[in-house]
Design a protein around this ligand. Structure first.
Ligand code: NDP
Ligand code: 8X3
Length: 252
């Protein structure tokens, strides 16, 4: 079976992507920092008939990333699809009120973490003369919105890296795609708003947001096109969201 490597599989999109691919019996490597969640998910995916390996690491820690991927068992080394999904927004402030710890966390996770993982997986794809890297960007990688500043900058960086990787890896037959969701109700807002569940819930009030399963369906479609077809970039929003600044909320 083809092998997919998913970063950030302990919640949200990554978890739903793992669930989706397990139903088609792909071999799956799931990663994230929260080991217990990985173990629970591993059991669930195996019950669907998939072969699963849990690999706990923090994408921000270069040596942890290198160690985890370099030491993959031989039968888990031929990765067909990499989903660079681990990421977050930390805080929601005007640039003048920003917190530098939050800035570092976002840049280290969304940009440097993605690069560390990708650097480790590319050599195997080059040797195989094929592979597919799917980066989870965002509409925040296409537009800037109030209080989005550094998060938007990291996702614009992912957008630029996707385009650059596609050029650099062209001669090796490796596809590079980007999926760019709008508002999706996962743990994203809870993380961004530092655990304030009430405020996180309010982000999705008055409209029907995307859910993780919507994104998993799309990622599955992107990953399963014929060898000669590469979806470069796919923007998806809730129907109620035209772009980052036009969101139609119904008030009671
Ligand atoms: P969730 O918070 O639900 O999931 C985030 C995942 O990323 C978790 O599995 C988390 O695992 C992992 N992660 C975060 N930091 C690290 C780290 N340092 N090392 C390893 N794993 C990490 O959010 P979503 O599923 O919504 O977000 C997934 C991606 O989609 C992100 O890149 C986000 O920016 C992007 N996105 C989200 C949108 C939304 O509205 N929800 C819209 C557009 C894009 P753990 O904490 O266990 O390490
Ligand atoms: C998450 C979507 O609009 O909150 O990337 O930035 S948004």
């Amino acid at each position: 079976m083809p092998l997919i490597f998913i970063t950030g599989a302990t919640a949200g999109f990554g978890k739903a992507i793992a669930q989706k691919f397990s139903k088609s019996k792909w071999d799956i490597i799931i990663t994230g920092r929260r080991k217990e969640r990985l173990m629970q998910l591993e059991d669930e995916l195996k019950a669907n008939g998939a072969k699963v390996l849990s690999l706990p690491f923090d994408v921000r820690n270069e040596s942890e990333v290198n160690h985890a991927i370099e030491n993959l068992p031989q039968e888990w080394k031929k990765i067909d699809v990499l989903i660079n999904n681990a990421g977050l927004a930390a805080g929601s402030n005007l640039i003048q009120d920003g917190n530098t710890d939050d800035w570092n966390t976002m840049i280290d996770t969304n940009v440097k973490g993605l690069l560390y993982v990708t650097k480790n997986i590319i050599p195997g794809m080059i040797a195989a003369k094929k592979g597919h890297i799917i980066n989870m960007s965002s509409i925040a990688g296409k537009e800037a919105y109030i209080k989005g500043n550094v998060y938007c900058a990291t996702k614009h960086a992912v957008d630029a890296l996707t385009k650059s990787m596609r050029v650099d890896l062209l001669e090796h037959g490796i596809k590079v795609s980007s999926v760019d969701p709008g508002a999706a109700e996962t743990e994203f807002s809870l993380v961004r708003l530092k655990g304030d569940a009430e405020k996180a819930k309010a982000v999705y009030k008055g409209f029907q947001p995307l859910v993780a399963e919507d994104i998993a369906e799309i990622v599955y479609f992107v990953a399963t096109r014929p060898a000669h077809v590469c979806i470069n970039d796919l923007i998806v929003t809730p129907t109620a969201q035209a772009n980052t600044s036009h969101l139609l909320r119904k008030t009671e």
